[in-house]
Design a protein around this ligand. Structure first.
Ligand code: ADP
Ligand code: MG
Length: 268
């Protein structure tokens, strides 16, 4: 056990409408300090886009939110609940694996490479987790799944296998699959980076639609146009810290930090 000691009062989420909160998050791999004190608040129903150079810690940040990586210092909460820990007296104790898995069911994750189950049909990809993790009756899960496939424009692909779909279609299935668990927050790690350019738009359109329905999302992407159009907040990360953040117009058009300007001049 590597329980961390943090005074309990320091782990209280700041305001009611914060869905995701990171407080002083540090993460190292051996001697390499990848996250060096990240503070972040994502409000309910908002879209936060994270930009930053390769190696700046964006994927690690998403993975700590999902507790795929344990933080070395600091804490993360979702909807007021600490991720990976429980409070006891003046200490935090690590949750058991099954309790972590339970927390993870509330956090949707969409990966760069889709990560669909290749041996399952599209419908079964969507039904698997609700049935096994949430103990939903199969019939109800199928009904929900068909509704979600319709929502991402793939109602006619329910019986197809992932290999029969284009990359853009596979990623739309992956998004529907994440939604099937009714997550409190959806995390996207460069959801369009593995796609041929002509398939990027259809995936961004699906994410844009979700933004319109009030889904809380954190999207790591290099698609600046998407950030400008869809983000409520743009966060620029470099070297394991948040360099600056704010509304898209502020960060993208009037960046205050040289590092942000240098990055944007390369990607714009
Ligand atoms: P980004 O997503 O911004 O490109 P990452 O979070 O993937 O950055 O990686 C940040 C740094 O952490 C990189 O130097 C990467 O090599 C390193 N890193 C990421 N995961 C691991 C790991 N599991 N073990 C060791 N180093 C890692
Ligand atoms: Mg990454």
């Amino acid at each position: 056990m590597n329980d961390v000691t943090v005074a309990v009062e320091d782990t209280t989420p700041t305001v009611d409408d914060v869905m995701v909160e990171l407080h002083g998050v540090h993460k190292s791999f051996g001697p390499l300090e990848v996250l060096r004190g990240v503070d972040l608040q994502v409000h309910v129903g908002e879209v936060t886009v994270i930009l930053g150079p390769s190696g700046s810690g964006k994927s690690t940040l998403l993975r700590t939110i999902n507790h795929l990586e344990k933080v070395n210092r600091g804490w993360i909460s979702i909807d007021g609940e600490l991720i990976g820990y429980r409070r006891s007296g003046s200490k935090l104790h690590e949750l058991k694996e099954k309790d972590v898995l339970k927390q993870r069911t509330h956090i949707g994750f969409v990966f760069q490479n889709f990560n669909l189950f290749p041996h399952l049909t599209v419908l079964d990809n969507l039904v698997e987790a609700p049935v096994s993790a949430l103990r939903r009756p199969r019939k109800a899960a199928e009904e929900t799944a068909r509704g979600l496939l319709d929502r991402v424009g793939l109602a006619d692909k329910a019986d197809a296998y992932p290999r029969q779909l284009s990359g853009g279609q596979q990623q739309r299935v992956a998004i529907a699959r994440a939604l099937a668990l009714e997550p409190k927050v959806l995390l996207f790690d460069e959801p369009t980076s593995a796609l041929d350019p002509e398939l990027v738009g259809e995936v961004l359109d699906v994410i844009k639609d979700l933004a319109g329905t009030g889904t809380t999302m954190i999207v790591v992407t290099h698609e600046i146009g998407f950030a400008r159009e869809v983000a409520d907040t743009v966060v620029f990360m470099d070297g394991g810290v948040v360099v600056e953040q704010g509304p898209p117009a502020a960060v993208l058009d009037d960046p205050q930090h040289e590092r942000t300007r240098a990055f944007l001049s390369k990607v714009l």
